[in-house]
Ligand binder design. Structure first.
Ligand SMILES: [Zn+2]
Ligand SMILES: [Zn+2]
Length: 374
């Protein structure tokens, strides 16, 4: 999977203006009108459009910087589309048609344009929370989530017409979805184009609406979606699956599915950035003598050597046993606070031995220190 900045040919700090300029250059070079029938050019053209779709959107760009391809739902992320099946040619032209300026007709030529408005209409995004255990986060995971979203109506295949009937071409706009108006002004004649209000810019009117969907071509459905969660995500991080949100009426682009990650609390681990904290309670004799402990970690167990003479409250570091960083190969640490426990009851033998120890230690006066209040 190629780096998106590399595809456009800019560095990470490039301005929006530079990105737009360079994308336009690539898009022109590989434009299908200039390279008819050239599969390689088409691939490059689509690849650049996908990269531009992310980098031209500040929110998506930030997610990409943070999480890489998975963060913006391209590449290996299942159900995310990606370069293979992501943006269609029509998507590209309806999203970025204006970037080609007057050089190409965005809906013309080989794309069989419908003559619809260039301005893209998008269905609503969907937002869902996804709860994750630390054990999921540490290695990354694939979750299947059930969501309810607006889907194309099965009965009418989305065209909104009752079975056995078809939508009719709109008489108001002659099926173009647009109404042209001539206006006379001081500067001469000018033409303004606006959406047809009768057919809602679709170019079609439905005389007998579909009974299942009431004519809007949309049905509410439960769907299962696979989400690939990259390792190391944290509470409040989110990822966007392009066009996996609600389907809209005809002529609308699907909304995005935005997944917010939420961490489940753990019985003995607390996360702090990439580090993970836990506490262990040992007996004072173990503290005095030192002990080799088996300590739970985010991934199984590991040995921790508690040195002889450790003080209560001291923190030991288990290097690299924390959370992985989302980008990069380094990992946080596990920090173990050692607390000492004083036995509350003693057997007669323990008591005898401790008294012996106490005599051996001799008398020492208690030390007093001041307490620093935060
Ligand atoms: Zn229907
Ligand atoms: Zn119309």
């Amino acid at each position: 999977m190629r780096d998106l900045y590399e595809i456009i040919g800019v560095d990470k700090n490039a301005s929006q203006n530079d990105i737009k300029k360079l994308y336009r250059k690539i898009a022109m070079k590989y434009h299908p009108d200039k390279n008819p029938g050239d599969q390689e050019a088409e691939k490059k053209f689509k690849e650049a459009a996908e990269a531009y779709a992310v980098l031209s959107d500040d929110r998506k760009r930030q997610q990409y910087d943070q999480f890489g391809h998975a963060g913006v739902g391209i590449g290996d992320a299942p159900g995310a589309g990606g370069f293979q099946g992501g943006m269609s040619m029509e998507d590209i032209f309806s999203s970025f048609g204006d970037i080609f300026g007057g050089d190409f007709d965005p809906f013309g030529g080989i794309f069989g344009g419908s003559g619809r408005s260039r301005h893209i209409k998008k269905a609503r995004d969907l937002k869902v929370n996804l709860k994750l255990d630390y054990s999921d986060i540490v290695i990354g995971t694939e979750k299947t989530i059930k969501i309810k979203r607006n889907e194309t109506c099965d009965t009418c295949s989305g065209n909104g017409a009752q079975q056995g009937t078809m939508p009719k071409s709109c008489l108001q706009c002659n099926g173009s979805g647009q109404i042209k108006q001539m206006t006379q002004s001081f500067f001469g004649q000018s033409v303004t184009v606006r959406e047809c209000p009768v057919c809602n810019a679709t170019g079609e009117v439905i005389e007998n609406p579909c009974r299942s969907c009431g004519g809007n071509g949309i049905q509410r459905k439960s769907v299962a979606i696979k989400v690939k969660v990259p390792p190391g995500v944290a509470d409040g991080n989110y990822m966007t699956l392009n066009q996996q949100g609600n389907k809209g009426p005809k002529g609308y682009q699907s909304g995005d599915l935005i997944i917010f990650f939420e961490e489940n609390t753990h019985p003995f681990f607390t996360r702090n950035g990439d580090d993970v904290f836990t506490e262990v309670i040992i007996q004072f004799d173990q503290a005095a003598l030192g002990i080799l402990l088996e300590v739970p970690t985010l991934e199984g167990k590991a040995k921790l050597k508690v040195p002889a003479g450790i003080q209560s409250g001291q923190i030991l570091r288990m290097k690299g046993k924390g959370f992985p960083r989302v980008r990069g190969s380094s990992r946080g640490n596990q920090l173990v606070r050692v607390q000492l426990e004083t036995p509350k009851s003693l057997s007669s033998k323990q008591k005898k031995l401790l008294e012996e120890l106490s005599n051996l230690n001799g008398k020492s006066d208690p030390k007093f220190t001041r307490i620093d209040l935060e």
